[in-house]
Design a protein around this ligand. Structure first.
Ligand code: 5GP
Ligand code: ZN
Length: 119
């Protein structure tokens, strides 16, 4: 996997660091969650580790707990957003064929309407 963006030029690192303003709705020592700038569902949030990892394919085994924390944080926010009743989707795009455009690992948390499976 060849990341197209270095850490110093990473839009999500800049959001995490406060260089670019965003409505961060969840933050702990490892994970932040903020709205996607181009939402495709009534709830469309990005679940982002504070550690810069370019893509899922660049995750190391030692990052396994961190990825688990991302899922736990996503679930917490999904519950707060009222998504537990009807369900929600947690998606990672990895690499070109999956349409990854931001090279800082993130999960899309989507819900609030029925979601089609497009592939
Ligand atoms: P992916 O890399 O998984 O394809 O998606 C990246 C997502 O980041 C896209 O859904 C896009 O709308 C979102 N995005 C791109 N730039 C920004 C930004 O500056 N702020 C926020 N909040 N989201 C962004
Ligand atoms: Zn980054």
């Amino acid at each position: 996997m060849t990341p197209e963006q270095s850490k110093s030029d990473c839009i999500f690192c800049k959001i995490i660091g406060g260089e670019i303003a965003s409505n961060i709705i969840y933050r702990d020592k490892d994970v932040v969650i903020f709205p996607d700038i181009n939402p495709v569902a009534p709830v469309h949030l990005l679940v982002v580790p504070i550690k810069h990892i370019a893509s899922l394919a660049d995750m190391e085994e030692s990052d396994a707990a961190l990825v688990g924390k991302m899922v736990a944080a996503a679930n917490k926010v999904a519950r707060e957003q009222g998504l537990f009743k009807n369900g929600y989707r947690l998606t990672v795009n990895c690499g070109a064929y999956a349409g990854q455009v931001v090279w800082h690992l993130h999960m899309h948390l989507m819900g609030g309407r029925p979601l089609k499976w497009e592939n």
